[in-house]
Design a protein around this ligand. Structure first.
Ligand SMILES: Nc1nc2c(ncn2[C@@H]2O[C@H](COP(=O)(O)OP(=O)(O)OP(=O)(O)O)[C@@H](O)[C@H]2O)c(=O)[nH]1
Ligand SMILES: [Mg+2]
Length: 459
């Protein structure tokens, strides 16, 4: 069995354990974490994943490594995401009670993702993670902007709790962003920041509007207000002599509602949060990997089959010694099966590849009768076809040989694709299915064309 599938099976099986752990005790949590760790390690160490798949999924691999690191260190990430200048960095500074992240009135101040330890909760280190903001005024059209958005998105996928920071009502594009985040299944807290800029009535109206727009995506109790870095404002004060003076007053930082919402999630979701999200993410990567592996293998198999089929066609068409034809043709078929077994990560010895070639040939011979026989007896054909032009004879024999090899290759591919099995109905059914699915004339035309090119090169 392919290890990647094993890792995935292992993971899905354990996911139920993970879900139980959400509501129950430490032992289940521990086993969920162990399961997530084991499955991610297995995925990273899976040697059967072809290099092109690793390259295609480079970012995901990197993410898996980071997830593993996060699980090993027992970390939980609380990530702030949202539009530029909504106050994400300020909010995290307020939670940390120190200016750890740089803030500015200038849009796009945060360009990189960075994390800081915040608290310890029952053996877990909770980290806050700052991300670059998305910019609606200057969106994905700019390369830098889209790179930053991609960074923030990657981070959101790794996080365990998301803080979606707003500084006003939710726009249509923010709602779309929120929807994507909600689809990850992670706990979401919507923070209406800069509350100090609004009167109490305005705040209530904004909250009401946000609640309505996010209905079904975010529970109302997780829509809260904050003043992460309130701006000083002018107030008038009367002194004892009755004179009025202007004063600059800064309202207090207010992030308690955010802290409480995070604490509620940590309490309710338990510490299996990290393991749960790691498992879900790893599961998504495993699915994509499996899809990519199947596609890449099929492409590599098709290329192998056509290359060998052409080699055989050429050998049959050009070989002047009839007996050598048969031997060489069989050798090429065995070589093709041998190569296909490697494409599918299920290597066969040449002896076993030879046995498989015999099994497949028997099935095809039973179904195709003489047409198949002609392929094997191409040597005989050569002797009886005197009178036809050599080129025509050679080409027609070669074309038939191509078709025969192609069929044989497709059968072998099917066998390897099923993990070295013919499936419940046996090789005959597979042969019938393949014959019905292939366009014989088209394959022969392709073979004729390829052979013709060869003939032109070596007349
Ligand atoms: N009035 C007020 N201003 C705030 C508040 N929080 C942040 N700001 C200001 O908003 C501006 C942007 O804050 P940042 O924390 O840098 O915002 P950000 O979301 O991290 O921005 P980017 O990194 O550019 O995406 C700064 O000038 C902050 O001082 C708040 O609660 N009230
Ligand atoms: Mg920032």
């Amino acid at each position: 069995m392919k290890p990647i599938i094993t890792a995935w099976g292992w993971l899905t099986k354990r996911l139920s354990t993970t879900q139980t752990a959400r509501t129950s005790h430490a032992a289940a949590t521990h086993s969920a974490q162990q399961a997530a760790l084991d499955s991610i390690r297995a995925m990273l160490q899976d040697k059967t994943v072809p290099q092109p798949v690793r390259q295609t999924l480079h970012t995901e691999y990197r993410q898996l490594e980071r997830l593993l690191d996060k699980l090993e260190k027992q970390q939980l990430h609380v990530a702030a995401v949202g539009r530029v200048s909504s106050g994400k960095s300020s909010l995290l500074n307020a939670l940390l009670q120190q200016p750890a992240f740089s803030t500015s009135v200038v849009h796009g101040e945060t360009r990189q993702v960075s994390a800081r330890p915040w608290r310890q909760v029952a053996g877990h280190s909770v980290l806050v993670v700052d991300t670059p903001g998305s910019d609606e005024a200057n969106p994905r059209h700019s390369t830098a902007g889209s790179q930053r958005e991609a960074l923030a998105w990657q981070e959101a996928q790794l996080a365990d709790i998301l803080l979606f920071v707003l500084d006003g009502d939710l726009t249509a594009s923010q709602l779309e962003h929120l929807r994507r985040l909600a689809n990850t299944g992670k706990p979401l807290i919507v923070v209406l920041n800069k509350a100090d800029l609004y009167t109490e009535t305005e705040q209530q109206a904004l909250l009401q509007s946000i609640r309505e727009k996010t209905a079904g995506l975010v529970t109302p109790e997780f829509i809260v207000t904050a003043s992460a870095a309130p701006r000083p404002h002018t107030v008038m004060r009367e002194d004892p002599s009755g004179r009025w003076h202007e004063h600059q007053e800064t309202p207090p930082v207010a992030v308690d509602a955010v802290k409480q919402a995070i604490a509620r999630i940590l309490r309710h979701e338990g510490h299996a949060l990290g393991a749960l999200h790691a498992s879900l993410f790893a599961g998504q990567v495993a699915e994509r990997m499996a899809g990519d592996i199947t596609r890449l293998r099929a492409e590599a198999a098709e290329k192998t089959i056509t290359t060998y089929a052409l080699a055989k066609a050429v050998a049959v068409a050009f070989n002047p010694i009839p007996v050598a034809d048969v031997v060489m043709a069989a050798g090429i078929d065995i070589g093709m099966i041998h190569k296909l077994s490697r494409v599918y990560g299920l290597p066969l010895t040449r002896t076993d590849a030879g046995k498989l070639a015999v099994t497949i040939s028997a099935q095809l011979a039973a179904l195709l009768g003489t047409a198949w026989g002609i392929n094997l007896a191409s040597a005989a054909l050569k002797t009886v076809s005197a009178g036809l032009s050599t080129t025509l004879t050679a080409a027609s024999q070669g074309t038939l040989a191509y078709y025969a090899s192609y069929l044989l290759g497709k059968m072998a591919q099917d066998y390897f694709h099923r993990g070295k099995s013919w499936g419940p109905h046996g090789p005959k059914t597979v042969a019938k299915k393949i014959l019905a699915s292939l366009d014989r004339d088209q394959i022969m035309a392709r073979a004729r064309n390829a052979l013709w090119q060869q003939l032109k090169r070596h007349p």
